[in-house]
Design a protein around this ligand. Structure first.
Ligand SMILES: [Fe+2]
Ligand SMILES: [Fe+2]
Length: 325
């Protein structure tokens, strides 16, 4: 999986920069690997890309769109797995920082080699520079869509629905929907916490080569788990729940601390006393972090998000985590 995050500062107001990114059909104007994007409806797009000579087509859906904050999309079918998000930060004086995060599965040898050499990052950096020139030279957006995805909670009687809001789906469930697991994102995350706890205990009890192997497995599991939370859970907590930014920042700080401990333990030989001491610290950090999520972040999700949204988030989480592996 290639994963690139890069930013550009543009001299246009945040609203202008955001509005332009809601115009998916304009992406080929500044994204060199994108041949065409067709907007099917407010939430769905069809992409044609050509990267390292490989032409591909896929459908994508917008998983989150928060005016002036974030647009996130992911592929739903076709021959490429792709996840993208763009976020916006006001810099004052009518300037805006635009940060793009793209993850996709490189397929051909050329694409894989490109990823290894950092060519992906250079291309996206160049594309963002093209975006800067495009929007600064126009000074205004080519269009806008100010709706929200997911749609806000149903309007209270007497209130007007927001303009551009995606209507809630109606009609009977399709068989695929009926077959879909009823698990929501909290169920999936708590189950993953249990797996992490079990693997940590097995690693602590193991010896020699087996301990080293189990530790490598644990690192992989932790990274996959945290990637899903950082892409799907913390952003929703931050933007859609009360006092969510403080909660999301606290959890990110703990995840960063666990990453530092992992990096430290990875330099050690599994059968040393030093390894055991540091591994114990990592265990405490991970257990405390999981406890904070289970006592604070997850109940907040269950309180403030609809059951349907929590189930969609479970699908998004699994998609992000599967694409990583
Ligand atoms: Fe976490
Ligand atoms: Fe977690």
């Amino acid at each position: 999986m290639s994963d690139v995050t890069t930013s550009v500062d543009v001299r246009v107001p945040l609203r202008t920069a955001y509005n332009q990114w809601t115009q998916f059909e304009s992406f080929p104007e500044f994204m060199s690997g994108v041949i065409a994007v067709r907007q099917v409806d407010d939430r769905h797009t069809h992409w044609v890309t050509e990267i390292a000579g490989a032409r591909r087509e896929f459908d994508a859906e917008i998983v989150e769109q928060l005016p002036d904050e974030r647009v996130a999309w992911r592929s739903t079918d076709g021959d490429v797995r792709h996840f993208g998000q763009v976020t916006f930060q006001p810099l004052g004086d009518g300037a805006t920082r635009v940060t793009v995060d793209l993850a996709w599965e490189p397929e051909g040898l050329l694409e894989k080699a490109g990823g290894a050499l950092g060519a992906d990052r250079l291309q996206i950096k160049a594309d963002l520079e093209r975006f800067r020139r495009f929007i600064e030279s126009r000074g205004t957006e080519t269009g806008q869509w100010r709706g929200r995805v997911p749609e806000p909670p149903a309007a209270v009687a007497g209130e007007e629905p927001l303009a551009g809001t995606v209507p809630p789906p109606t009609g009977a469930q399709t068989p695929a929907e009926k077959d879909r697991s009823d698990k929501d994102v909290v169920d999936v995350l708590v189950a993953q916490h249990e797996q992490v706890k079990e693997l940590m205990a097995r690693t602590a009890a193991a010896e020699g080569y087996e301990k080293q192997q189990l530790f490598a497995e644990l690192v992989d599991l932790l990274k996959t788990h945290e990637l899903g939370e950082q892409r799907v859970v913390h952003p929703v907590i931050r933007s859609s729940t009360e006092a969510g930014a403080a909660t999301a920042n606290a959890r990110l700080g703990e995840e960063h601390r666990a990453d530092q401990l992992i990096a430290e333990v990875q330099t050690m030989i599994a059968n040393s006393r030093e390894f055991d001491t540091w591994f114990e610290q990592l265990q405490h950090a991970v257990l405390d972090h999981a406890a904070h999520e289970e006592s604070e972040e997850f109940p907040k999700l269950r309180r403030e998000m609809s059951p349907a949204r929590l189930r969609t988030m479970a699908e998004e989480l699994v998609a992000v985590q599967t694409a990583k592996n």
